[in-house]
Ligand binder design. Structure first.
Ligand SMILES: Nc1nc2c(ncn2[C@@H]2O[C@H](COP(=O)(O)OP(=O)(O)OP(=O)(O)O)[C@@H](O)[C@H]2O)c(=O)[nH]1
Length: 502
């Protein structure tokens, strides 16, 4: 072999080696996204919006449409339908798959005497059948025995929903409620304007902001994103309670967009993250609270009816009181129905809220039938031409079939008198996944139309907002950000994400 041949072979070998090295680097670059270098000229990036928590308006109020229907589910799939979902449990089950419907479980009680809506209402004849269970709810603890899960065959037809004759009373038996006391004319407090509340309360989200917002920005802005980094992003989202399905969706979008948009700077990453998170919050979902009357009540219009439901201690009474303040601040006349008859203190608590804004409160005796209190509240509200009747119901464990049936009955009885415009489910954001399980059961029983997520000021898991909407297909309409009387804010996806990423 000549010297020139040897040189040729060496040169060829070096060229092949160089090609291999260049190809390897190129491949590796493709898998990594570098955000470390400043590259202001990178194309496709959008101007970074200032991350201010700006709530454009106050709490949006509207009149209910004809019949209150649960909103369409925004996601194609619904995950984790039974029990406690686990991390990584993303088996998709269609939302409309068969589910146990608690409303359809017939109650054994057969009494049908309607509570007279007012002293002048005609006496309702009681049906001869004896009630199979006491109508009066027992005190909260111990709960009354749960009714059988499955309907007993022979009892199914014994409870028609439609009265036999036009003059017949509603089929639900409700007990009379004493005449309501006139509103206590206390000094009416000054109420904070509803506009800009999210801005004012932004700091209350600091725990979620540091764990979710800052955590994500730290990861995305730190530099090269390899597989380990993406796993950390995933963990951050899961720990903030976004849920498996939303987490997967967010990560897939982030990966795709980061690659295709040539995002290079932390600011660009922040803008992208903002966009992806807002989109995951369904910014177009209807979020106005349907608490405005149908026509002018002074001229025969009907008041709006809002039911406030949820498990014990989530903040129902507080939210009812806060919402009353929002309405009064909007110049509305409000009546509060204290249908939480389990706990005398709850009635007094609501009466205090009512007194502070000059709203009449309809109360039942402790242990009275909550359906009759709700019915009387709506009757009284119509008679006194209020704009909105807000009915606070007792906290009930979603696992207690009897209590859930009772809630279904409250709604059905109210519907004999007026359309229920809004059913607000109050969820405690600090309870995480358990809140979702509750939400599903309540949705089945009373067609929840809006979520109020309370105690967001006390949790690092603000991501529950994403999951709750996805799972239920019901918009979060209001958020509770403190115990103060005006610490209730409208939920606005843009402002919320701004606050998280600031
Ligand atoms: N930090 C914080 N506390 C809240 C919020 N909303 C309600 N709370 C507190 O939660 C506690 C329970 O509130 P309630 O309104 O009594 O709850 P409830 O659901 O009516 O309770 P039950 O009638 O027992 O079912 C009270 O101490 C409230 O001040 C909130 O947004 N943030």
């Amino acid at each position: 072999m000549t010297t020139s041949n040897v040189i040729l072979i060496v040169v060829v070998a070096l060229v092949v080696l160089a090609i291999a090295v260049v190809a390897g680097i190129a491949l590796r670059r493709k898998r990594r996204i570098s955000l470390g270098e400043q590259d202001e000229t990178a194309s496709g990036s959008e101007a970074v919006k200032d991350g201010g928590y700006r709530a454009g308006g106050g709490i949006s109020l509207s009149s209910g449409g004809a019949g209150t229907a649960a909103p369409e589910h925004p996601a194609g799939d619904r995950t984790e339908v039974e029990g406690q979902p686990g991390i990584g449990d993303d088996a998709a089950v269609p939302r409309d798959s068969a589910r146990r419907d608690i409303v359809d479980v017939p109650l054994p009680d057969q009494g049908t005497a309607e509570a007279p809506p007012s002293a002048t209402a005609p006496e309702a004849p009681a049906e001869p059948e004896a009630p199979a269970e006491p109508e009066t709810p027992e005190p909260r603890a111990p709960e009354r025995p749960a009714e059988p899960e499955a309907p007993a065959e022979p009892e199914a037809p014994a409870r028609p929903e439609v009265p036999a004759a036009p003059t017949a009373p509603p089929q639900e038996r409700v007990e009379p409620v004493p005449e309501p006391e006139p509103a206590v004319a206390e000094e009416i407090e000054e109420i904070e304007p509803t506009t800009g509340r999210l801005e004012r309360l932004r700091g209350r989200l600091s725990r979620s902001r540091s764990s979710l917002g800052q955590g994500l920005l730290g990861l995305l802005g730190a530099g090269d994103l390899d597989e380990d980094s993406w796993e950390e992003v995933e963990d951050t989202l899961l720990l903030a309670d976004l849920g498996a399905a939303t987490t997967t969706e967010v990560i897939e979008r982030l990966r795709g967009e980061l690659a295709s948009r040539a995002v290079r700077t932390p600011e660009q990453a922040r803008a992208l993250l903002h966009e992806v998170l807002v989109d995951a919050l369904g910014p177009d979902m209807p979020r106005s609270v349907q608490a405005l009357p149908h026509g002018d009540p002074a001229e025969g219009g009907k008041p709006a009816v809002v039911l406030v439901v949820g498990v014990n201690g989530t903040g129902k009474t507080t939210t009812t009181g806060k919402l009353a303040r929002v309405l009064v601040a909007d110049g509305r006349k409000v009546l509060l129905g204290a249908a939480d008859t389990f706990r005398a203190a709850a009635v007094e608590q609501l009466a205090t809220w009512g007194g502070r804004v000059g709203a009449e409160v309809v109360k039942g005796k402790e242990g009275a039938d909550p359906a009759s209190v709700a019915f009387e509240s709506v009757s009284r509200g119509s008679d006194t031409a209020v704009d909105a009747v807000l009915v606070d119901t007792a906290g009930r464990l979603h696992t207690k079939t009897g209590l859930m049936d009772e809630l279904g009955k409250v709604k059905r009885v109210v519907e004999k008198k007026a359309q229920v415009d809004e059913v607000l489910l109050v969820l405690d954001a600090t309870t995480g996944q358990n809140g979702l399980t509750q939400a599903r059961v309540f949705s089945d029983v009373v067609d929840v139309t809006g979520i109020v997520l309370t105690k967001l000021d006390g949790t690092a898991k603000g991501g529950i907002v994403f999951q709750v909407q996805r799972e239920l297909g019901v918009p979060v309409k209001l958020v509770g950000l403190g115990e103060g009387p005006d610490d209730l804010a409208p939920f606005e996806p843009h402002a919320f994400v701004d606050a998280l990423l600031r």
